[in-house]
Design a protein around this ligand. Structure first.
Ligand code: ADP
Length: 289
């Protein structure tokens, strides 16, 4: 099964063009939707999750017409929104049982399904604690448990690792990586590392437009021989920025390490470097570099 998005556009009443004629095909497996804040990721995710309307375009999931058959989509959809509210005193078993009943899981099976899911996301020993008291990482794992109820064919997770510490992020990655090859998982993120570590396919969007769609390795290959780096001092930085196309500046041991994009050796002591996904992102969306 594939998710085929064709010419999808959305303009908000305030005039912001959040999606501008977006077309792409998303296969099974982990797909990373990468873009800076305000790129249109959530708008796309909410549209795919049938929570908001597009102005024009179409989306098909196998035989399903996603924009018009909302009930059909909801039967096969799992969705982890950016923020989900939880009732202050409700524990994980109660809350997940509630979601299970909303998903139509019969009451006779509910307890078994809920327990199995809490084991799967490693929250079983915390099942009687209030979800509101969970750490960020535990909450996101609870969110995935909720989204995976009913064996969705399409799993949408919107900025799931924002706010997680490295350990929590790693556990969350492992959980997502286990979801399976036969499910379409779309992960939206502004964090390049999320895509690098998890996704077999990806897209980059900015200002509502699709700028790249394909395999991360293919995106990196496009930049081979074009990325150059140099460790500089802070005072050198401004003049380099006027002379070269700087795509990223990182501090390494307190010194700026500058990456520039150039078809040929730019001189000035720059040396060639293997492009990575971060170079791809900043070269594709230069305004955030
Ligand atoms: P992202 O998820 O990539 O940060 P969003 O889809 O949330 O991007 O937003 C895309 C653009 O649309 C932004 O400029 C944002 O300010 C604007 N936007 C999002 N939601 C609304 C809304 N309900 N009304 C008006 N503008 C909105």
């Amino acid at each position: 099964m594939e998710l085929v998005i064709s010419n999808l556009s959305k303009r908000y009443p305030n005039g912001v063009q959040a999606l501008d004629n977006v077309s792409m095909t998303i296969p099974c497996g982990m797909f990373g939707l990468l873009g800076p804040n305000g790129a249109g990721k959530s708008t796309l995710m909410r549209t795919l999750a049938t929570l908001q309307e597009a102005d024009s375009g179409s989306v098909r999931l196998g035989d399903l017409d996603v924009l018009n058959d909302k009930k059909g989509v909801r039967r096969v959809l799992g969705y982890l929104p950016q923020e989900f509210g939880v009732y202050p005193r409700t524990n994980a078993v109660e809350l997940l049982s509630h979601f299970a009943s909303l998903k139509g899981i019969p009451s006779s099976q509910r307890r078994g399904v809920v327990d199995a899911m809490l084991k799967r996301v490693n929250l079983y020993q915390h099942r009687f604690k209030a979800v509101a008291s969970y750490s960020g990482g535990m909450r996101q794992r609870f969110g995935i448990a909720q989204a995976l109820l009913g064996d969705p064919k399409l799993l949408i997770v919107d900025e799931p690792t924002a706010g997680l510490d490295p350990g929590e992020r790693y556990r969350f990655y492992n959980l997502l990586a286990e979801v399976g090859e036969s499910v379409i998982v779309i992960l939206s993120t502004h964090i390049v590392q999320d895509v690098k570590e998890l996704c077999t396919n990806m897209a980059i969007i900015d200002q509502g437009r699709l700028l790249f769609c394909g395999e991360p390795a293919a995106a990196e290959r496009r930049l081979v021989g074009k990325v150059w780096q140099k460790s500089v001092t802070k005072t050198e930085l401004p003049s380099l920025q006027t002379k070269h196309q700087v795509i990223s500046t990182k501090l390494v041991a307190g010194r700026p390490l500058v990456h520039v994009l150039a078809d040929h050796n730019p001189g000035d002591g720059f040396e060639a470097v293997e492009p990575d996904l971060e170079d791809v992102f900043f070269a594709t969306v230069p305004r955030v570099a």
